[in-house]
Ligand binder design. Structure first.
Ligand code: URA
Length: 237
């Protein structure tokens, strides 16, 4: 693999930055200055340092993002800003894409990765990875509405949803819903089937991941090693 590609996929430096750092003698391979940005290296065996710091090889990246209102869960869109636009160019060059979709006006936890296999497994209906959402609705819900959620709701197109957990707050108009599937606009359509209407929706968990309280709307970070282990375990079940 080329040195500049290695430094780009490890989110260390863009190709331009690498070229500059190589010229300044700040990039070493096995202790010697690299000399050329297109030097062929073996990422598994060679030791690369950038500005004196060792760069560890990481083919796959997992980013947790707190999706703001108005952004779409896509890599490109002709009309609206995409969640990818919230990441610096160094990260967008890694080939990250959203693992599943949230509607344009849904907020909260979004996982992005460049590991297609893991994303595919996490989204597979067979795996039943649970996602919890905090919601508010226009009209108060009652116990019979909650029972319908727990039994499964028939949507307007005739689809019978899988049972969903629902917890209602004292006001009857807010709470949490946990889904083990992810149909298009599912919660909105489940509420519509009960003649109600979602006014706020925020994903707060995705499998073993929880939206960190200190991650501001629009902010992102890579998964911690523990979170990464947990998500890989959820994908391998
Ligand atoms: N259900 C919805 O209706 N919208 C989402 O974004 C997620 C779940």
């Amino acid at each position: 693999m080329r040195l500049d590609k290695f430094l780009s996929i490890t989110a260390t430096a863009t190709r331009k930055e690498t070229a500059r750092a190589v010229r300044a003698g700040q990039v070493c391979v096995n202790g010697s200055p690299a000399g050329r940005a297109d030097l062929a290296i073996d990422p598994e065996r060679d030791t690369v340092t950038f500005g004196g710091k060792t760069v560890f090889y990481k083919a796959f990246r997992y980013v947790l993002l707190n999706k703001p209102d108005g952004y779409v869960s896509a890599t490109e869109d002709g009309k609206d800003p995409t969640v990818l636009e919230l990441l610096p160019p160094l990260y967008t060059d890694l080939g990250l894409f959203p693992c599943g979709r949230l509607d344009k006006h849904t907020l909260g936890l979004m996982l992005l990765t460049n590991n297609g296999d893991v994303a595919h497994r996490l989204l597979s209906p067979r795996r039943h990875v649970a996602k919890r959402y905090a919601f508010r609705v226009k009209f108060p819900l009652n116990e019979s509405d909650c029972s319908r959620f727990r039994d499964g709701v028939t949507l307007e197109d005739g689809y019978e949803t899988k049972p969903a957990e629902i917890e209602l707050a004292a006001d009857g108009r807010s709470g949490t819903v946990t889904l083990i599937e992810g149909k298009y606009h599912q919660i909105k359509r489940m509420m519509e089937a009960l003649h109600n209407q979602i006014t706020y929706l925020e994903r707060v968990t995705f499998g073993p991941l929880a939206l960190p309280a200190d991650l501001e709307r629009g902010a992102w970070r890579e998964l911690t090693p523990e979170e990464e282990q947990a998500i890989l375990a959820a994908a391998s079940v």
